[in-house]
Write a protein that binds this ligand. Structure first.
Ligand code: NAP
Length: 415
């Protein structure tokens, strides 16, 4: 067989060429995505015994590879070299759908030809934490595939640990199947992974960024549990979208101006002003719910700008669960109310196998839609990330076609 095949022309099942096309980031190109990513020919990687090689049909776009492109906050190539890896490049991509082309010697749960979606949680199976049966998300070996690891989905072949593969929902296109797992499984752990604050029927859940990647998944997971999602958005035009996913009501955050870190409690005037804004937001929340019922769970990711309000509106005995600090990392709260009202502030990061499976089950059952907004060609990996970098990306989640049929997407041949 040829050493390399055209993008979109699958080699015979189970036959792996020596080389592949990949969208590659190198240290001397770090910068905006349109500068950092370039298509190169790279040798197809060898497998460890617990790994499989996936022929990538489509890949999902996430913010982590904007960071990889910039080389900020972490130079991912340097970080891996320090850990002993030899490659001087980064092939990103933390979401994929595809076909298994090769399996490692120890792999029992997969065979060549299986159609899979890939979750991005990796860990060392020999780590004592993992071996002890503790949540592998607490292992020091935990890494995000296609960001903290190399050999992600922005290439014809991706190298993953077998446990990362789950059945592809049959009703979805390859591109829709590649779009949801990272954000969906993260949202699933946030909403179901922190008992006793797992979402229950009838709970009100406040979801920040309801039309965003995480938010669109969170609204649907909350609705699937019989609970009441209320979404926060920045503009009127996102309201219908969130309602179509199941939000009972929406709050437009631009109508308030009390954002940012909490003023010092000794600064009476500033604190009173902040409190007025937070109370008005709380009133808007009750209006969106339709009754004076506060959220048992607040689904947080904006961080510094919104945490004070999230903690304020959270119900007595409720939980604010957070997986990012998009607007900044200083989380401030008034401890007097925090302890008296016995609230919980919980960090959360991606998901373990069971949680990724839980989310995939909701997708297979048609209870959660991937919310694919726009599909790009393989050549457009830089442009898709550039849109995200400039916060001009559409609602929901974006994907790129790698091996999948490319109707409507015209690319020049690469070989
Ligand atoms: P996204 O699609 O860009 O959505 C984020 C949403 O946040 C936007 O739609 C925006 O909605 C809202 N937002 C932006 N600025 C805001 C502000 N100042 N105040 C309140 N809301 C604001 O991104 P995403 O995929 O949902 O990811 C969100 C964050 O979570 C990112 O930082 C990402 O890296 C992180 N993340 C972490 C994990 C993890 O495992 N730890 C997993 C996935 C994502 P409006 O403008 O409509 O309000």
């Amino acid at each position: 067989m040829k050493d390399i095949v055209e993008v979109g022309q699958a080699p015979p099942l189970g036959q792996v060429p020596k080389q592949m096309y990949a969208q590659v980031i190198r240290q001397d190109r770090f910068g905006v995505p349109t500068k950092a990513f370039q298509i190169e020919k790279i040798g197809v990687p060898d497998l460890e015994p617990d790994e499989v090689l996936v022929y990538v049909m489509a890949a999902g776009i996430n913010y982590n590879n904007v960071w990889a492109a910039l080389g900020i906050p972490v130079d991912v190539v340097k970080a891996r070299q320090r850990a002993g890896e030899k490659e001087d490049f980064h092939i990103g991509g933390s979401d994929a759908s595809g076909i298994v082309y090769k399996v490692g010697a120890d792999v029992k749960n997969l065979k060549v030809g299986d159609h899979v979606v890939v979750h991005c949680g990796m860990w060392d199976r020999d780590c004592p934490t993992v071996k002890a049966g503790t949540d592998p998300m607490f292992s020091t070996t935990f890494r995000i595939w296609g960001y903290e690891s190399n050999w992600g989905s922005f290439a014809q072949f991706a190298k993953v640990q077998a446990h990362q593969c789950l059945p592809k929902p049959k009703h979805l296109t390859w591109e829709a199947a590649a779009a949801y797992m990272l954000v969906g499984a993260t949202a699933y752990r946030m909403l179901h992974g922190w008992p006793p604050h797992a979402v229950r029927a009838g709970d009100v859940v406040l979801v920040w960024g309801g039309a965003g990647g995480l938010g669109c998944q969170a609204i649907q997971i909350v609705r699937a549990a019989g609970a009441i999602p209320v979404a926060v958005v920045s503009s009127e035009e996102k309201i219908e979208y969130c309602k179509s996913l199941g939000a009972r009501g929406c709050i437009i955050r631009k109508q308030f101006d009390h954002w940012g870190m909490l003023p010092h409690w000794k600064d009476d005037a500033a604190y009173a002003k902040w409190l007025k804004g937070a109370r008005a937001f709380g009133a808007a929340l009750w209006e969106a719910v339709g009754e004076r019922k506060s959220p048992r769970i607040v689904f947080e990711h904006p961080g510094e700008d919104t945490v004070p309000t999230s903690v304020f509106v959270c119900d007595t005995g409720g939980m604010v669960v957070i997986c990012a600090g998009t607007t900044g990392y200083n989380a401030t709260l008034d401890l007097r109310y925090h302890w008296m009202r016995q609230k919980r502030f919980q960090g959360s990061h991606f998901a373990n196998d069971a949680q990724a499976e839980g989310l995939n089950r909701l997708v297979i059952d048609g209870k959660v839609d991937p919310c694919l907004s726009r599909t790009f060609s393989f050549q457009e990996v830089p442009q898709a990330h550039q849109l995200m970098y400039e916060n001009r990306h559409p609602h929901g989640n974006m994907a790129i076609l790698v091996g999948a049929p490319r109707e409507g997407l015209k690319d020049a041949p690469l070989a």
